[in-house]
Design a protein around this ligand. Structure first.
Ligand code: F6P
Length: 305
């Protein structure tokens, strides 16, 4: 997100706009908690995780009253365009402002990669790399001790993180919310792994579908004497230095958002489509569900041969 803010600010300054940043998301707009941003204010942040402005899931902005206060504040502060970076809730917020006549543009920033209209969201790649690093480390124990490991990853209601982590991490099996029925096949898969001579097994589960502890408990019998362990990766998945891909994506999206506002666009989200920055209607982003590629699940199994 820092790369996105830096790009938006500098792109704005390049066209002589006055740039400000609200602290802690929509709460900052409601409270008029903001900072003036100059070119130097966003220096040295490109490689930092999180956001130097702070963020938050505003309960107040979820109410009509809060939205009204936010609009009044924006007008009182003489602000005439807003770039909103975040996940589903943020895109809904940007859409609300747009429908109330305030020019707003969304930039998709969430580790979940669950937004319609973009092939990637800012943070997804960094998170995926963190998960792959963890899976590699867990594999060392799994292979040294001939164990079964169940790894639980984030992603809210989406299996994007889990499926891609399983594929990139060489896991043997993955369970995601988009295909919850697979969970009942996990035990059979572990037995099959051992039958065909695999001495350790890695299973990735998405938090939106099941708890690693429950899946691990179900596997005890199928593991034929091999010990089963589980690991919940938790919030380490959300932090750390952003990957090259995320920095570049954040930079491109932040600049594209300001360019779009300067050209009079509003009510759109900047999406990555076929390596290009596209403007997709926020109305579609907030109503459509991103399609999940179930082929990833089969590929994980095939490649685990
Ligand atoms: O939506 C991003 C996300 O990291 C989810 O993957 C996760 O379930 C959630 O946020 C965690 O939120 P919190 O930090 O509020 O517990």
């Amino acid at each position: 997100m820092n790369a996105t803010i830096r790009a938006a600010v500098r792109q704005g300054l390049a066209i002589d706009a006055r740039m400000v940043g609200f602290r802690h998301g929509f709460d900052g707009v409601i409270d008029a908690n903001y900072v003036e941003l100059a070119a130097r204010s966003v220096g040295g942040i490109l490689d930092q995780g999180g956001t130097f402005l702070g963020t938050g899931r505003s309960r107040r902005f979820a109410t009509e009253e809060g939205q009204g206060i936010a609009l009044d504040q924006l007008i009182a502060l003489d602000i005439d365009h807003l770039v909103v970076i975040g996940g589903d809730g943020s895109m809904r917020g940007a859409h609300v402002l747009h429908t109330q006549g305030f020019p707003a543009i969304g930039v998709p920033g969430t580790i979940d990669n669950d937004l319609w209209g973009t092939e990637a969201t800012i943070g997804f790649d960094t998170c995926l790399n963190t998960i792959l690093d963890a899976v590699s480390k867990l594999r060392d124990t799994a292979s040294a001790h001939d164990r079964v490991f169940v790894v639980e990853v984030m992603g809210r209601e989406s299996g994007e993180l889990a499926a891609n982590a399983a594929l990139g991490g060489g896991a043997d099996f993955v369970v995601v919310p988009e295909a919850p029925e697979e969970r009942s096949l996990a035990a059979e898969h572990v037995s099959y792994d051992h039958w065909r001579g695999k001495l350790h097994t890695i299973i990735v589960v998405a938090e939106g579908c099941c708890r690693a502890a429950d899946v691990a408990a179900d596997l005890a019998e199928a593991a034929h004497g091999h010990e089963v362990r589980y690991s919940v990766l938790g919030h380490i998945q959300r932090g750390g230095h952003p990957s090259a891909r995320d920095r570049i994506l954040g930079a491109r999206m932040g600049a594209a958002a300001v360019e779009a506002l300067a050209e009079g666009a509003s009510g759109v989200m900047i999406g990555l489509q076929a390596e290009s920055m596209e403007r997709v209607p926020l109305a579609d982003v907030v109503t459509n569900k991103k399609a999940f590629d179930r082929g990833l699940l089969d590929l994980v199994k095939t490649l685990a041969l």
